[in-house]
Design a protein around this ligand. Structure first.
Ligand SMILES: *Cc1c(COP(=O)(O)O)cnc(C)c1O
Length: 383
């Protein structure tokens, strides 16, 4: 169907942070399948875990238990350091659907009738998650929706305070906005959000589908902000390329769902769960959080040191950055980068997203930084 347009490159294979197209041309992958390929391409640990699991038991459905899903849920709780319960899904939007149904049930039991989310926020494409998505261009033609969602400007604690009352079921926020252009929150925003939700009794749902699993240099982006949500959603980087998502409920939110309230045939299937365990083990065992902080800082500092009329600056944390432009030329930057052998993502007209595999090397980052001035020149001159 024409919903994706025609992608500019057809990829055939990858290794680490490098990929090759069907004509054998090599690229440095600075987008990692949209912050998904955390371990890069064809990582031996991922290959081994997936191969072993598919050869052992590929699927059980939710009628039967299997070891990888239990180990994965326990592993996530260990990383979060708080008692919680986990529902496993296949994707980000499904993790948010679980969070939404959970919040809806919680709200209905307490006379809470509406939700709050952020302008320019992104929570997914299925109808529930789309209702929470504050981007009119992808949302409006599919409305009206069956839930009442009120939007507030991201980062404005006063606006949040005014919008959230004791009739609000839940507040859905990204601890750094991804699709909006890798926009971190202002200092103290999530402390205020946590307090507003505590006072009113609304659930605070942190959508970390893009920001978690080491992307920012911590396991979870909320750890930068020093708060714990009531509900946390994960997906993208968790499976390292295999489809998996998670909805984590803390405290009272852990037990809102009763038996029969929700489910998924494929969710948390053994192969994806084994992949996720391999991702978490490798990030831990190979020191990839520290690596992400170090190499991410090299990337940001390298870009910031380039003086170029098209370059306004760089935003974000770890290996999750937006190159901010002075003019709406991100499509030209993406095309020029591709010609130079680098895959980047024109995220907003004035923002180019970089979310490379966490295994990208200092030398690879340096190669991109060195090539960027010429890419910017070409983009500035392009029609
Ligand atoms: C990508 C994304 C989603 C949707 O995930 P899918 O796996 O594409 O359904 C939801 N929320 C955020 C913050 C995302 O970045």
């Amino acid at each position: 169907m024409p919903n994706y347009g025609v992608p500019p490159v057809a990829l055939a294979r990858g290794e680490g942070a490098r990929v090759w197209d069907v004509d054998g041309r090599e690229y440095l992958d600075l987008i990692g399948g949209i912050a998904v390929s955390s371990l890069g391409h064809a990582h031996p640990a991922l290959v081994e875990a997936v191969s072993r699991q598919v050869a052992t038991l590929a699927h059980t459905s939710n009628l039967f238990l299997h070891e990888p899903e239990v180990l994965l849920a326990e592993r996530l709780l260990g990383l979060l350091g708080a008692p919680a319960r986990v529902f496993l899904s296949n994707s980000g939007t499904e993790a948010n659907e679980a969070a939404l149904k959970l919040s809806l049930k919680y709200g209905r039991a307490n006379g809470r009738t509406y939700f709050v989310a952020a302008e320019n926020g992104f929570h997914g494409r299925t109808l529930g998650a789309l209702a929470l998505t504050g981007k009119p261009s992808i949302r409006d033609q599919f409305g009206p929706f069956s839930i009442d969602v009120r939007f507030v400007p991201y980062g404005d604690a006063d606006a949040l305070k005014n919008a959230v009352t004791d009739e609000c079921a839940a507040v859905f926020l990204e601890p750094t906005q991804g699709e909006a252009g890798v926009v971190p929150p202002p200092e103290g925003y999530f402390t205020a959000a946590r307090e507003i939700c505590d006072v009113t009794g609304a659930l605070l749902v942190a959508d970390e589908i893009q920001s978690a699993i080491g992307r920012t240099g911590h396991w979870f982006a909320h750890q930068h902000e020093g708060f714990l949500p009531d509900v946390l959603t994960l997906a993208k980087g968790l499976g390292g390329g295999m489809p998996i998502g998670a909805c984590v409920g803390f405290g009272a939110a852990a037990t809102v769902f009763a038996q029969g309230d929700h489910g998924s045939t494929f969710g948390g299937n053994p192969v994806s769960a084994a992949a996720a365990l391999a991702v978490l083990d490798t990030i831990d065992g190979d020191g990839l959080l520290e690596h992400t902080r170090t190499v991410g800082a090299e990337l940001a500092e390298g870009i910031a040191a380039i003086g170029h009329p098209l370059l306004a600056g760089v935003r974000g944390r770890g290996l999750w950055r937006a190159v901010v432009l002075t003019d709406g030329r991100s499509a030209q930057v993406q095309a020029a980068a591709q010609r130079a052998g680098f895959l980047v993502n024109a995220l907003q007209p004035d923002a180019v997203r970089l979310a490379p595999p966490l295994v990208i090397t200092s030398a690879q980052v340096a190669a991109f930084v060195a090539a960027l001035p010429a890419i910017l020149d070409e983009a500035a001159d392009a029609q």
